[in-house]
Design a protein. Structure first.
Length: 295
């Protein structure tokens, strides 16, 4: 295994994803316009590597790709043309509608389906590569559901297929500069997130072999949006991170008061810079890659 850094078909007894946001078109547009497809280069390089993994080093005859929790398509629209067949599933229909519109505008083809994980609505050994970005913290049921999810991923992967998971660890929750403004929501996120060791262990227990761990220091949101000290005062900014949906009206009022006071005293920018040191040290997300090996 190497470590680097950078500058559902079967029924499930634990099949609920808590809804942080009830997405409508306005929320989807805000989310879509602010988020970045972090780790895209890692995914693209993994796809290239996968294509060279046929028998005797020859190219695989075709590549079937699945994105789990494809959202509005920030990744799928960039990767669909690098596979012979592309698929995406998501719980939220508004997100799928946005993804479909973007695919159509770019004349890209992908089969989209509404589905609720951990179950994956496809037959065994269907896909060469499966990736999932920034969804693990939406899973309910803790490590048991995480393991169930990874077992499902292995089931639908072909032999030697790749699974790539992007997520923010418990520790990286604090890497978002505004988290200290909303401490109760921050703690809820910490409780919902997993450690790198928990994810690594669950992948291994599911029968997947981890071969790469990649720390990402890039922000999940576009930097000109993310680093705006006044950003959290805007609902469109808050729609870019589902953490804000966990904030009570009272806690939001308190956070806004603190932020307005810092803006008035011209100390907000310094506060953002100081808090961002956590991201610079820990990164803001991780990509972990594993292989399926079937008997």
């Amino acid at each position: 295994m190497t470590t680097t850094t950078n500058g559902n078909h079967h029924e499930s007894k634990t099949d609920e994803i808590p809804t942080y946001l009830k997405y409508n078109r306005d929320i989807v547009d805000d989310y879509d316009s602010s988020r970045l497809p972090v780790g895209l280069e890692f995914l693209q390089n993994s796809l290239k590597e996968l294509k060279k993994c046929g028998i005797d080093g020859s190219d695989r005859p075709s590549i079937k790709l699945l994105e789990i929790a494809c959202g509005s398509g920030n990744y799928l629209t960039r990767l669909a043309n690098q596979a012979d067949h592309a698929y995406g599933i998501d719980l939220d229909q508004a997100m799928l509608d946005q993804c479909r519109a973007k695919l159509d505008r770019q004349q890209l083809h992908a089969e989209l389906k509404q589905a609720r994980v951990p179950a994956i609505p496809y037959d065994d050994r269907q896909f060469d590569i499966i990736y999932n970005c920034q969804m693990l913290h939406h899973l309910s049921g803790g490590v048991s559901t995480l393991l169930e999810f990874f077992i499902e991923i292995k089931r639908v992967l072909k032999d030697k297929g790749m699974a790539i998971i992007n997520f923010s660890t418990k520790e990286q929750t604090d890497s978002f500069w505004y988290m200290d403004l909303i401490p109760r929501a921050k703690q809820l996120c910490i409780d919902q997130c997993f450690t790198l060791d928990q994810v690594h262990t669950a992948l291994t227990q599911a029968g997947l072999v981890v071969d790469h761990v990649h720390t990402i220091y890039d922000t999940l949101q576009q930097q000109d949006v993310y680093f705006d000290p006044a950003g959290p005062l805007s609902i469109s900014y808050r729609n870019g991170d589902s953490t804000w949906s966990k904030v009570t009206p009272e806690d939001l009022q308190h956070a806004e008061f603190k932020l307005k006071q810092m803006l008035k005293l011209n100390s907000a920018q310094k506060y953002v810079q100081t808090r961002d040191q956590v991201r610079q040290k820990l990164g803001q997300s991780v990509m972990i890659r594993a292989r399926a090996h079937h008997d």
